[in-house]
Every structure is written in C-alpha cells, then in structure tokens.
Design a protein. Sequence first.
Length: 285
Amino acid sequence: VVLEAIRQGFEVYGLSEHVPRYRQIDLYLEEEGLTLDQLSSQFEQFLVEVHRLKALYAPQICLLVGLETEFITSLDLESLDALLQKHQGQVEYIVGSVHHLNAIPIDFDHATFEKAVESVDGSSKDSAFLCAYFDAQYEVLRRFHPEVVGHLDLCRLYTPTLQFSQFPDALERAKRNILYAIDYGALFEINAAALRKNWETPYPGLDLLQIILQHGGRLALSDDSHGPHAVGLNYGRLPAYLERAGVTDLWFLEYSETPNTYGRNVRAVKMEQNWATHPFWSRLS
C-alpha cells in the first residue's frame, strides 16, 4: 500500500487499520480459525510495522498512523478506551466509523444489510434503521472525537438513491452529528470507496455534503483502500463531484509534536494550493 501510494504521488497518506473485535461471533467468514488473541496481536503488529514504514519512507511520503473504530456492542467502545490508553502516542488519529447495527454488519452483503434493517424496532423499518445508525455514529463521535468522520452515510450503502429528506427524523440526527463533528473540529471523508460499490458519488451523498458545506465543515480525501489494488482508486472521478457541490477547500491531517485536545498527534491543515489545479490529479493512474 505504501509503495503504491508513493508511486501515485501521494504526499500524505493515512493508514488506519480497523480495531480488533472482541467476540468470536463478530469475526467474518474469511477469518474462520483466527482467535481473538490473534486479532489483537495482528493489530499491535500493524502499529509496529506502520511506525517502521513511517520512518523508512519519510523522505518520500508522510505516513500517519491511525485506527478505524468499530461499534458492534458497547464492549467495542469500552475496549477502544483501553486500547487508546495502552497505545497512547502510537495512534496518531482516529477514523470514526460504524459498520454494524444490532451487532449485524451493514456493509458485508445485501442480504445481511437487510437483516440489520429488519432487526430494528419501529413501524417504519427504514426510518428506524437510519435513526439507529446515526445514533450509533453520534455515540462514537461524542465518546472519542475522531479526527475523521468515516463514510458518513454508509447506512444507505445498498440504497444509494435514498434521500434523507424523505426521512425527517433520520435527517435531523444526521444534521446533529454533522454539527457536533464540525464543532469539535473533525474532517469529513470524501470517500471514493462508494464509487467502486456502484454509487454515482463518493460518500457522503450530495444532500449531506451540502449540509456539511453550509455549516463550514471541512473535507478530506479518502480511498478507503483495504489493499494496494484500491490505493487512489476512482480519485479521478472526485473533482467533478467536488466542483458540482461547490467545494472550494480541501484539508488533510499532518503530524504534530503537540498533541491535540484528545491526546493525539495530528492537526488539520488546509491545502494552500487550489485543490482543483493540484498536479496530483494529472499523476493519477
């Protein structure tokens, strides 16, 4: 991943592994046979390796070392508190994401997504599901103040044309989360992974992006790569979306010797150059 990011001309690149899970039942099918101790050890090895790469490739690229949250049950949040204390100084930033509802994955496949929708209580399953997602997201934001809000509207992964204006209770919760994240200084992902999942736009969709922009929210690019094959994938499609939305500024994280309010060693920086004319776009594969 690092070598591919260097090849493509990235100047700053964040590596944010998902935190380990803490119940055997929460492992994915491809992880069959792994133990919880192995998952925990794997994450700790990730931190060690990325810090090694950070030093090794410092002349070529600025690497940032982070993690991406999970919220399957309250155990995940309690365990993340402990993990952050244990690795203070090693985890430089957090991507705050939700990938489950009622302990059911919402981004594994369509059938499992539908199980998650059906698992919520309420006369309108769709509205209740969306509200529950944004309530879970709010808890992650409130508890950990992640520097980056991950895929804000993953809750409509399999319904990309859904408009939150049709679900006013969910829309109010989404606005609450956006305003809260803006208030404490988070960046919002413009996450290109949605484009490889049959969306016409990255996350977030235009309706929520407009709310972010209306209230002065700050945006950062993300490929959510999960491997070298997807480093920078579909970044070439981002400028048209950003221009359509009226985005004038992009931001990124940089390492800071002085910890931020939440004890992590990054700060948000606005790109000095007009993002639309940055030579990076012409170097994309």
